[in-house]
Design a protein around this ligand. Structure first.
Ligand SMILES: *Cc1c(COP(=O)(O)O)cnc(C)c1O
Length: 393
């Protein structure tokens, strides 16, 4: 079994490009060029130079000694929280902006929910001197004021999406509309392994630097490249795709995906897409999707804004359906406790998204000698107010 994308843009039965005809030229231009451009030596040099000098890679692979002792197993943390801008998202925006430049684009658009991807996009646009327009739901603009301020400070224009529920999916619709109207000069930077082919594969490749580094680092620390498990939280699935990538087709490495159960999987306030989802089309891709019986997308809920997405990328839908991945759902409360625990055992305050991945040890037991690598996708600075309210700090 091959868990990478196939030549027609599918992961098993999921993926493809379900797009309006007017978007076809834009997506087709990307599809025809992304593999060739990203495999050129000059592209790889520019990408790795920026990852090193600007993002701060390689990020450490840290053996969490006290945390490991507590759960009687060997836990390593891949420290994506130490990336510039505070999370893994910048790996992808660096890759896409370099690609956009080589395609001759001068204008960048993006959609954002919580604002993390918007900030990562505004950052690389400032770096490259390109015009940046970020679509964001009007409701989210109010909820995520600090990230809106950061984007503006970085020189981006933040455009409110005022239709529908005025959240992420409405911002996505606005971005797609913009792209249709600007087919020649504009590149659309999607922030996760979602969207029409080739986006899921392209974003996974940019994020695959994470598992590329883990292989080298684990060889140094454990004299072997392969851990027993790789673990990541899944919103759209990009940090997970990054840490799974070089292990996808190595069956001896277990893959664990952690979704947000919100207030409980069956409470109606959840984002546990693999359990609750059915096959449908979102964002131009066929995948597992939370929807009503007649196919309307359901509003997801999670305390963590980055996991609050009604679908998962097609790679993950296939990992779930095929049984290659083990999927675990973690509630808000479990994640918050795990975030507090890591802070006090290791002196690392994680993003609430990443706290979901850390929470699996309460219910999922591992052997003493097993090596588990968790992707610590981001740092908790952006979540401080949520932690303060929750714990009455
Ligand atoms: C956005 C975000 C996520 C979720 O996105 P994925 O594409 O699933 O990785 C997870 N962690 C952090 C810190 C984020 O900012």
């Amino acid at each position: 079994m091959n868990y990478n994308v196939d030549p027609s843009g599918y992961y098993g039965q999921y993926g493809g490009a379900f797009i309006p005809e007017m978007l076809y030229p834009n997506v087709e231009e990307l599809r025809q060029n992304y593999l060739q451009i990203t495999s050129e030596e000059s592209f790889k040099n520019d990408f790795h130079q920026l990852l090193k000098d600007y993002v701060g890679r390689p990020t450490p692979l840290y053996f969490a000694k006290r945390f490991s002792e507590k759960y009687n197993t060997k836990v390593y943390l891949k420290r994506e929280d130490l990336c510039h801008t505070g999370a893994h998202k910048v790996n992808n925006t660096i890759g896409q902006i370099l690609l956009a430049k080589r395609l001759g684009k001068t204008r960048i658009i993006a959609e954002t929910g919580a604002g993390q991807h918007g900030v990562a996009t505004a950052t690389v646009c400032a770096l490259m001197g390109l015009e940046c327009i970020v679509y964001m739901g009007e409701v989210d603009i109010k909820r995520q004021a600090p990230n809106v301020a950061r984007m503006k400070m970085l020189g981006a224009k933040v455009v409110p999406a005022k239709s529908g529920s005025r959240t992420l999916k409405d911002a996505t619709n606005e971005a797609i509309r913009d792209w249709i109207n600007h087919p020649v000069d504009t590149h659309y930077i999607i922030g996760s392994v979602v969207g029409p082919h080739p986006y899921p594969d392209m974003v996974a490749r940019f994020q695959s630097v994470i598992s590329e580094e883990v292989k080298k680092q684990l060889l140094e620390k454990e004299q072997r490249e392969n851990p027993d498990y790789v673990v990541a939280c899944v919103g759209g699935g990009s940090n997970a795709a990054g840490i799974y990538y070089h292990y996808l087709n190595q069956p001896e490495v277990g893959i664990i995906a952690v979704e947000a159960a919100g207030k409980g999987i069956y409470t109606g306030e959840s984002a546990a897409t693999s359990v609750l989802g059915r096959t449908g089309i979102i964002h131009g891709s066929k995948t597992l999707l939370m929807q009503t019986p007649d196919g309307q997308i359901t509003e997801p809920y999670s305390i963590s804004a980055g996991l609050d997405y009604p679908g998962v990328g097609p790679m993950h839908a296939n990992l779930y359906t095929s049984g290659r991945g083990e999927f675990i759902s973690i509630t808000d409360d479990e994640a918050m406790q795990a975030g507090l625990e890591l802070s006090q055992l290791e002196g690392i305050i994680p993003a609430i998204e990443s706290s979901h991945a850390l929470a699996i040890f309460k219910e999922r037991k591992f052997q003493e000698k097993e090596v588990i690598v968790i992707n610590l996708s981001g740092r908790g600075d952006k979540d401080l107010n949520t932690y303060i309210d929750y714990f009455n700090l």
